[in-house]
Structure formats: structure tokens, C-alpha cells
Design a protein. Structure first.
Length: 428
């Protein structure tokens, strides 16, 4: 009987049964998600996750040893069950990449009364459908690997075992280790040493690691000039706002139908003013702001408008240059190019390490990875505090081991090449 004309669940099973089985497992996960909500990861931290992982591997071995000759086990270890399982997991991963993800401690009002949260899509990696499907794929992967051991072995099987065992270790390690993942934030002031951090619930956690902030530096882009609506502050033209980045004194540019000429520039300025008097003077001090003196001309104006504009700071106010009754010249806050923390990291194990931590340039210290997270936005470039995110993920060593095995297996298969086709004599 051809595969196209046979009935569903009639032997031999094929892709139809594979998709039905995988979809049924997915729906079971959805029902658990609707009934119980997302999995509470903290309940499965070490040693619970280790016990579960060991029981899963032992159970897999028992199933194979005692039931390997059953048709369903042979089918589960084959391509007809594997491809549908992978397809559904890819579908869930696509959803994970599209739908915003929230932590389990995020404010409930962010994603309540939402069909996505009901299905667990806002916390995909801790949802029942995702976890159950991953274990289903692990079960299939384990059976396929064990089934291969029952065949005649050759040196070419090395690539197969490296690929399958690598994927098994990486996926199982990631599932088991997600409960042990720690994300903490630590705020340190210049010249101070801090060993306490806050978890996502706001609780204080004392660490065996301490960070001393030796210095904090912010580099900013040059100031920009824009024309705005005086009342609303909206940049003009409204359809496509224009801006001019300062280059040097004496330059002129056209912005929103007016001509702006730069007359003077003070990168560090102090603003002194009262109800009748204002003076802009250069001054190196905390809180000093950028200031540009400009001349603005507009068709129809009786005389050019001339004066200072500034983006202000935590100490000094913004300054605008009024062009007419409706518009003004303004300087938006300067954009940050880079911010760096100069730190010394200590630990109870004797670590004493000086380093520079920047965005996308974290520091690895023992089992922690320290990221540049934030700073004092109120003080801006004069911030004397830095906020770090500390991440500890014990499962990474297993995930990296699995990925390394996958890469080695892929290289091995590429170098070994495909098997030579059997001769006609062997086929006969």
C-alpha cells in the first residue's frame, strides 16, 4: 500500500503521525500552561534540576534497554518523529523572537489580560509547551543516539555521535541550568567598594565578589542644533526634522527654513542669570554645560536673532534662542558615544583584577560576567556612580561543551565526506 493511500496510524507510521504526536504533546503543554501558569524556575534550582536531569537520562536508558524492539520506540528514534518535533520547536522559537519577553518578576500589569501571556508566549522559555517540547526532542534524540550503538560501528560514526551527543548535552544543560541563572544589579560610587547587589525582586544579596569603582568616564558626540516649536518643543520640519552637528566656529547651515551661523562655542560653560541679567562664562566644574552662541536669520525678519543656546545640565537650565513668536533655536541633550567604568574586582578566592568595563565589553570574574548596565542619568556626564549587571550561569559550561562537540562533529563529517555507494555486487 502506498504511503499516500494508507490510513492514519496504520503501520508503517510516517510524517502524519509524527505531526499528530508532536501537536498532541504541544496541546498538552498548552493545557498545563492555561491551568497552572508558567513554570516557577526557582523551584527547580540545584539540586532539584540535577536530580531531574539524572532521572531523565536513567529513564531514557531503561526505555531503550527494555523496549528498543517495540515499533513505537523504533519510530520515535527515526526521522518521521524527529522532523515534526523540530518544526514545532522552531515555530515556538519564532514566536519567542517576535513576542516581547518579560521576566517572571516583571510587574503583573505589563502582560495580564493578554492571550499571549495566557499561552505563555511572554515567558516562552519557562512555559509548559516549550519545556515539554524540548524534553520530547531530547527523548527522540537520545533514542536515536542509543539506537545507533546497536548497529555495526565504523570510524565515520564519530561525526554522528559528536553531533547528536553535542546537541543533547547543550539542550539538556540549557534546560537544567535555566533555574540556576542569576541576574543581579550593583550600583557603585567612585572610590567605594561594593559587594552587595539586588536581585529582580529588589532583595539584597551579599556576594563573594566585590567591585571598586576607580573612575567613570562618558564620551559624548558634539552638540547639535535644531529648530523647534516654542510651545510644544516639537522639532521642525515636522515631516522630517533637521539638525546640525557642531563642527567649528564660523560655520553656517540651513535648518527648517532659517540660516544659523555659529559665532562661539564653549564646551564647558557656567550660566549665571536672574530676572534681568544673564552671563555665559567658560568654567571647568561639575555641572558645566555645552553652550553655542548663534545668529539666526529668516526671510522677513527685521533683524537677525542672536544669543546663546545650551542643553543644560543637572546644575544649569536649558537655554533657547527665540527666532519669532512660534519658533526657537535649541540644543538637544548630547548623545552618549561611550561610557566606561574603571574598576578593581576582588574576591574571597584572592582575585585582585583591574579592568575597564564598557557596553558590549563585559568582564569575566570567576563564575560571574559583569556588564556595564547604567549610570546616574540625572548627572549625565558628571555621574560619579555606575550600575553593573552581574550574571552567573552554571549551565554555560555544558552548553559550550555541546556546541563545541557539534562544531567538531560537523568538521569531521565534512572532512570524512559521504560514504561511498555500495557496488552492484553488494546490492545484489
Amino acid at each position: 500500500m502506498s504511503n499516500s493511500s494508507r490510513k492514519i496510524w496504520e503501520q508503517p507510521w510516517g510524517y502524519q503521525e509524527g505531526f499528530i504526536a508532536a501537536t498532541g504533546i504541544l496541546l498538552a503543554g498548552v493545557l498545563l500552561q492555561i491551568t497552572l501558569g508558567s513554570i516557577e524556575l526557582s523551584l527547580f534550582a540545584t539540586p532539584v534540576n540535577t536530580i531531574i536531569g539524572a532521572l531523565f537520562v536513567v529513564g531514557l536508558l531503561i526505555v531503550y534497554l527494555f523496549f528498543r524492539k517495540r515499533k513505537i520506540i523504533r519510530w520515535l528514534s527515526g526521522v518521521y518523529a524527529t522532523i515534526p518535533a523540530i518544526a514545532i520547536i522552531i515555530f515556538l522559537c519564532i514566536i519567542l523572537g517576535i513576542v516581547p519577553q518579560f521576566t517572571q518578576t516583571a510587574s503583573p500589569h505589563i502582560h495580564t489580560q493578554n492571550i499571549f501571556s495566557l499561552l505563555g508566549w511572554h515567558q516562552m522559555t519557562s512555559s509548559w509547551p516549550f519545556v515539554i517540547m524540548c524534553y520530547y526532542l531530547l527523548f527522540i534524540l537520545g533514542l536515536a543516539t542509543l539506537r545507533r550503538t546497536g548497529r555495526k560501528q565504523s570510524w565515520r560514526d564519530i561525526g554522528f555521535y559528536l553531533n547528536h551527543l553535542g546537541l543533547f548535552i547543550a539542550l539538556l544543560g540549557g534546560l537544567m541550568g535555566s533555574a540556576d541563572l542569576e541576574r543581579l544589579t550593583m550600583t557603585v560610587s567612585e572610590g567605594q567598594v561594593e559587594w552587595r547587589a539586588n536581585n529582580r525582586d529588589g532583595d539584597i544579596v551579599e556576594l563573594s565578589l566585590a567591585i571598586q569603582l576607580d573612575g567613570f568616564r562618558i564620551e559624548e558626540y558634539e552638540p547639535r542644533l535644531v529648530v523647534i516649536e516654542t510651545v510644544s518643543g516639537k522639532m521642525l520640519p515636522s515631516s522630517k526634522p533637521e539638525n546640525y552637528m557642531f563642527k567649528e566656529v564660523g560655520n553656517s547651515t540651513s535648518l527648517a527654513g532659517v540660516t544659523v551661523e555659529v559665532l562661539d562655542y564653549l564646551p564647558n560653560a557656567a550660566i549665571f542669570r536672574d530676572s534681568t541679567f544673564m552671563n555665559i562664562v567658560p568654567m571647568l566644574m561639575d555641572g558645566a554645560t555645552s553652550a553655542i552662541k548663534a545668529r539666526v536669520t529668516k526671510p522677513g525678519m527685521d533683524a537677525p536673532a542672536e544669543g546663546w543656546v545650551s542643553n543644560g545640565s543637572y546644575l544649569f537650565p536649558h537655554l533657547f534662542l527665540e527666532i519669532d513668536e512660534l519658533t526657537s533655536l535649541a540644543m538637544p541633550p548630547q548623545e552618549v558615544k561611550k561610557y566606561s567604568s574603571f574598576v578593581t574586582v576582588y574576591s574571597e578566592k584572592g582575585l585582585n583584577k583591574e579592568a575597564i568595563i564598557e557596553v558590549n565589553k563585559p568582564l569575566r570574574a570567576e563564575e560571574w560576567v559583569i556588564y556595564q548596565y547604567s549610570y546616574d542619568d540625572y548627572k549625565g556626564r558628571y555621574s560619579d556612580t555606575s550600575t553593573f549587571e552581574l550574571v552567573r550561569d552554571p549551565s554555560l559550561k555544558f552548553v559550550y561543551t555541546g556546541i563545541f562537540m557539534l562544531l567538531v562533529g560537523a568538521i569531521f563529517i565534512f572532512v570524512a565526506g559521504p560514504k561511498k555507494s555500495e557496488s552492484k555486487t553488494e546490492k545484489l
